[in-house]
Design a protein around this ligand. Structure first.
Ligand code: NAD
Length: 326
């Protein structure tokens, strides 16, 4: 299949590109490099530098490359930043997304898999989270993603789009080639590993008085390769309509302290932690029920042990440091 990966120079997009190429697909990455890296894109993929807000250019790219399906991963994804700059979040996640949909409609490309987020749920009433539970985002990041999901459902109804929206929980881990390098980095596993590597003094744990098994927040970490597998399955959809799936490993999730302990074990290093105040809007527990994705897509996370996820991220960091030193 000829697939366009928007945001393919970013963390999850670069892994998605790798997996698509391994599966024999023809991949075009479309990215404005605002938060991505040119060298994260495999040499076996075509690269188009551009902004999704530029509808005529997106249309031209879809047409010229004969694109059959779009995996839409481009976006901005920092909760704290979204509270300070809601306009930028609506502009990128909603307005630029809409521009992509209009270009797709005009080019006759009807298949799309979208990177959504558990932030659409807000503070859950119960866990594990199921797709039918209420969506009440508590920040512009989640709100802008939910607004785009709703636009997708109308495009599906009006234009026969085949839509799969995948609500990721905490993406983590790496391949040997591609890993997480956000700037600024706010995700726990890379931060913990930087502390292990000594490039950061300590890791702050935001609150240790939550009603959880060790007082720290519980989150659901999913290996980025397992996420990519779910997209491959979603691409096979042939009927018009829209489906939404949670993607996480479920179970009991992992507390922040458990992640730090796991990283200590994997790296054999000391990882200093400091207890800070709770962050506003951090729910005590965010764990997915991915039963629907397992049932309907035939998906199962194969790398669901936390050690595997942390080990892969650590290996990638070390290989990157070796390359940088070479
Ligand atoms: N990382 C996670 O844990 C997580 C969790 C839930 C959802 N998501 C979603 O998954 C997607 C990918 O996340 P990531 O961690 O790889 O992010 P990332 O920041 O590494 O990648 C996003 C990419 O999108 C590109 N981009 C942004 N605006 C663009 C535009 N207007 N036109 C073209 N390219 C543009 C950036 O340059 C970047 O390369 C995002 O949409 C995010 O909201 C991520």
């Amino acid at each position: 299949m000829r697939v366009l990966v928007t945001g393919g120079a970013g963390y999850i997009g670069s892994v998605m590109t790798e997996v698509l190429l391994e599966g024999g697909h023809d991949v075009t990455v479309f990215d404005n490099l605002a938060r991505g890296y040119r060298d994260a894109v495999s040499a076996h993929a075509s690269f188009v530098e551009g902004d999704l807000a530029d509808t005529p250019f997106v249309f031209q790219t879809l047409k010229q490359r004969g694109i059959e399906a779009v995996i839409h991963m481009a976006g901005v994804a920092l909760v704290g930043e979204s509270m300070e700059q809601p306009g930028a979040y609506y502009r990128t996640n909603f307005v630029a997304g809409l521009s992509l949909l209009e270009a797709m409609r005009d080019a006759g490309v009807k298949s799309i898999v979208f990177s959504s987020t558990c932030a659409v749920y807000g503070v859950p009433e119960a866990t594990p989270l199921e797709e039918a539970m209420p969506t009440r985002p508590i920040n512009p990041y989640g709100e802008s993603k939910l607004a785009f999901e709703r636009a997708l459902s109308w495009f599906s109804a009006a234009h026969g789009f085949r839509v799969t929206s995948l609500r990721y929980f905490n993406a983590a881990g790496a391949t040997e080639r591609s890993g997480e390098r956000h700037d600024p980095e706010t995700h726990l596993i890379p931060l913990v590993l930087r502390a292990a590597a000594g490039t950061r003094g300590h890791v702050t744990i935001f609150g240790d008085d939550y009603p959880t098994r060790d007082g720290t927040c519980v989150r659901d970490y999913i290996h980025v390769l397992d996420l990519a597998d779910a997209h491959l399955l979603a691409l096979q959809r042939r009927d018009p309509g829209m489906d939404i799936y949670n993607l996480g490993c479920g179970g009991d999730g992992h507390t922040i302290r458990e992640v730090v302990d796991c990283a200590r074990k994997v790296t054999g290093r000391t990882i200093p932690t400091v207890i800070g105040p709770r962050r506003p809007g951090d729910p005590p527990v965010l764990v997915a029920s991915s039963e629907k994705a397992c049932r309907a897509l035939g998906w199962t996370p194969k790398r669901d042990r936390l050690e595997m996820i942390v080990e892969s991220a650590w290996r990638w960091m070390q290989l990157r440091d070796v390359k940088a030193g070479a």
